[in-house]
Write a protein that binds this ligand. Structure first.
Ligand SMILES: *[C@@H]1O[C@H](CO)[C@@H](O)[C@H](O)[C@H]1NC(C)=O
Length: 250
């Protein structure tokens, strides 16, 4: 009895399944089968992944990479080189430790103290710097190294002059921290410029051992230099502010 029930039931169930399958197979066209929910999902997933990869490729292509940025040097025009011959007695004011010397050294600092305004600095391969003014979100302020180096030499001069008078400057420039900083700034500046001009010597007789003595005074030697006047004019034109600072205050 129970066996019959099972027998009766099974074929009916099988028929039903077969007929469903057959019906679908016959009545559905191949096009309709292609758009079954499963196929739609698979296609959508494929399209989504393709778009994702394509977007990433386009982003990689358009993204500003460091190689597509301008060199910071391109902010400047190409400055001309000039031949400079340093003459005996020409720059004596810079060797003085009095007010005349102070005036000569302060006169080296151009209007604006080498602080320049750079528009849209993100175009260049530069680190971010102080924002320029208020509301000008596309400009930042940078300082030209040559003026920083002059500031360092000028403040070391002030400290040296004070020590010669057995005094200390009552400010930050006469601190270990600032002097260490400036010593290194000047060393770096000298190495960076690496002026290879060959200076000639002035013979100064002989030692007792018969060796030649000589003085390398650097006077009369002709150096090939980047035009300081051209650099200074550019820095003044692009100054971030109108300000005639002293060696100590820049
Ligand atoms: C700075 O000095 C220049 C001359 O070298 C002068 O034209 C300018 O007005 C001065 N600026 C200020 C703010 O004193």
């Amino acid at each position: 009895m129970s066996q019959k029930n099972t027998y009766d039931y099974s074929p009916a169930s099988q028929d039903e399944l077969d007929s469903t399958f057959d019906n679908e197979d016959i009545s559905s066209s191949p096009r309709q089968r292609c758009w079954s929910p499963k196929a739609i999902f698979a296609n959508a997933l494929l399209a989504f992944i393709s778009i994702l990869f394509l977007s990433f490729a386009v982003y990689q292509m358009l993204r500003p990479s460091s190689s597509s940025l301008l060199s910071p040097d391109s902010f400047f025009p190409s400055f001309p080189n000039v031949k400079m011959k340093f003459i005996e007695g020409e720059h004596n004011d810079f060797m003085r430790f009095d007010e005349v010397g102070d005036a000569a050294w302060n006169g080296m600092i151009p209007n604006g103290a080498g602080y320049v305004k750079v528009d849209r600095p993100r175009r260049y391969d530069m680190e971010p710097s102080v924002p320029y003014g208020v509301g000008d979100e596309d400009a930042e302020v940078y300082q030209a190294s040559v003026v920083h180096q002059l500031h360092c030499l000028g403040t070391l001069r002030l400290v040296l002059a004070a020590y010669a008078r057995n005094e200390r400057l009552e400010n930050y420039y006469d601190s270990d921290l600032h002097m260490r900083h400036c010593l290194n700034i000047l060393r770096q500046g000298i190495i960076c410029a690496a002026d290879p001009t060959l200076a000639f010597s002035k013979p100064m007789g002989k030692t007792e051992d018969g060796l030649f003595k000589a003085k390398f005074t650097n006077i009369g030697t002709v150096h090939t230099c980047r035009s300081w006047d051209a650099v200074k004019n550019f820095l003044v034109q692009h100054r971030a502010m109108d300000w005639n600072g002293t060696v100590g205050t820049t």
